[in-house]
Design a protein around this ligand. Sequence first.
Ligand code: ATP
Ligand code: MG
Length: 558
Amino acid sequence: MASNFIRDIIEKDLKTGKHETVITRFPPEPNGYLHIGHAKSICLNFGVALDYGGRCHLRFDDTNPKKEDPEFVKSIMEDVRWLGFDWGEHLYFASDYFQKLYEYAVELIKLGKAYVCHLSAEEIREYRGTLTEPGKNSPYRDRSVEENLELFEKMKNGEFAEGECVLRARIDMASPNINMRDPVIYRIVKASHHRTGDKWCIYPTYDFAHCLSDSIEGITHSLCTLEFEDHRPLYDWFLDELKVKCHPQQIEFARLNLTYTVLSKRKLTQLVDEGYVSGWDDPRMPTISGLRRRGYTPESIRDFCERIGIAKSDNIVDMALLEHCVRDDLNKRAPRYMAVLNPLKVVITNYPEGVTEELTAINNPEDESMGTRKVPFSREIYIERDDFREDPPKKFFRLAPGREVRLRYAYYITCQEVIKNEQGEIVELRCTYDPATRGGYSPDGRKVKGTIHWVSADHAIKAEVRLYDRLFIKPNPAEDEKKGISFKEYINPDSLKVLQDCFLEPNLAQCKPGDRVQFERLGYFCVDPDSQEDHLIFNRTVSLRDSWAKIEKKLRGK
Ligand code: ATP
Ligand code: MG
C-alpha cells in the first residue's frame, strides 16, 4: 500500500515505542447500507492494521435506536467481508458499553464536569452563541453534584419525558470552539433498541460514546473524516477528565466525494424510501451492495481506494476513475462471449440450410490459460442493429449494402439485399458468405475494415439486459441545495434502460447470478440475482469505452 501521512504517524509510533501494535476500528452506524466512501475508510483502517501486524475492530456505533435496524447490521458485516476484510473475534457494539458509559457519565457529574439541563433543544441552540459571539451559561449549570446525580438517576429511570432534559458536559460556554460549549452527552430517547431492548431510555451522544468506546477497546489510532477535526478537543477532553488508561489518537482524513452520485446516508435513504431506485442494492447506487450487484469486484474497489490515496484536504474524485478500475480488473478476468442486444436478422443465402458449424472462439485474449470455446454458426444469425447502415456515413466501417465485413471468429459476409416491412423499417438482411474465410481470415489477403459480433439465431438464448447509466446528470448533484434545489432534481431520467429481446450465444446458458462476463464490443455485464433459470438478466457493469484514460492523458499533457 502506498505511503500516506497516517502511515507515517503509525510507523513513527511503532518505531519510537509509543505503541507496540496498531489497533484501529471501523465504526459504522447501522442506519443504512455502506457506500463507496465507507470502503475508503474500511480499506484504510483494515489496511494499516494488516500491514503493520495489528488488528482492526468492527464496531457498530449503535447509539441512536430510532434510526437503527438489524437489517443494516447484517448488510454491513456482509459488505466488509465481501470487500475482503476480517475482524476476527473483534466484533463490538457501542451498545455493549452502555453500562460503562453510564458510569463514566456519573463520574463526570461527581467531578463537577457534567450537569442535567432543562433547557429545550431550541433554547440550548440559542444559548450556544455563534462563531463570533460567545454562548451564555445555562441557568442549570451550577447545580450541586448531589442534585445532578439524583436528576440523572431519574432520567435513567424514565421519570422524565423525551426532550424534557439532557445531561451536558460542563466545559466552557465562551470557547471559540462551539463543540466545547457544554455539549449534550446524554439524551432521553423512548424507543426500543435493536440489541438492548427497553433496558435504557437514555442514550449517549456520538461525541461521548465514540472516544470512550475507542478507549475501552484499546484503539491506538482513531481514524475519522475531516468533519470531526473540530470535535477532537472534545474527544481529548472526555478522555483527559476521566483519566482513562487508554487515550487513542484521533487523526482526520478527507472523506471521499465522487462525481455523478451522492455519498450521504441521509440522501441515499431518501432515494430508497421515495422509490427513486429499487432498493439499497439498486445497481445505480454507490452502495457496496449496489456496486456488487452492478458487477464490481472487491479487487476493483480496493484498487480504487488505493489509487485515490489518503489526503488531508477535501476533494472530489471523478466517477470515471472508479469505472476505469473495474474495467481494468474485469479485462483480466472476465470471459468473453458474444451477445446481441438490439438484434437484426441476417440470412446467409449461400450457406446450406440445416447445417451447424462449431467455430473456435478465444475466451480471454488477456489470459491464454482461459482457453477457447466452441460457438455454433448457422444460416441465420443476429447482428447488432447499429452494425448496419443503409446509408453509411464516412467513417462507418461496418456492414452496409454491397459491403463486406468479418463476422468475429466466423466468415466474411457481404450484404446483398435489405428487406423492409410495410412501414419501411429494416427487418432482415440477405448476405452471402465466403467459405474460404472460415475463422475470419481471407486466404487471398483481402482486407475488410470492420469486424462485428453475431449469434446464431437457432442456437441463441433470449435474455433481458439492463443498461445502467449514471444516476445523476450533474457532476455534483447537491451543488444547488443552498439555492433550495434538491439533489433529486438532477436524477438522470435515462439511468436505466431495459432491453427484453437480447440474444446470447448458448454458452451463456449456464450462468449463475453474480457471474461477470464481457460481451464482446459492448462492455462488461453481470448476471442479476433476479434471474430465473429460463429468464437470464444481465446488468451492464460498464461499457468498454474508457473515459478515464482520456482524462488522464489530458492531465499528463498539461
Ligand atoms: P454519512 O455521512 O453517509 O451518513 P456517516 O459518516 O454518518 O456517513 P458512519 O456509519 O458514521 O456514516 O461512518 C462510518 C465510518 O465511515 C466513519 O468513520 C466515517 O468517517 C467513514 N465515512 C463515512 N463516509 C465517508 C466517506 N465519504 N469517505 C470516507 N470515509 C467515510
Ligand atoms: Mg457518522
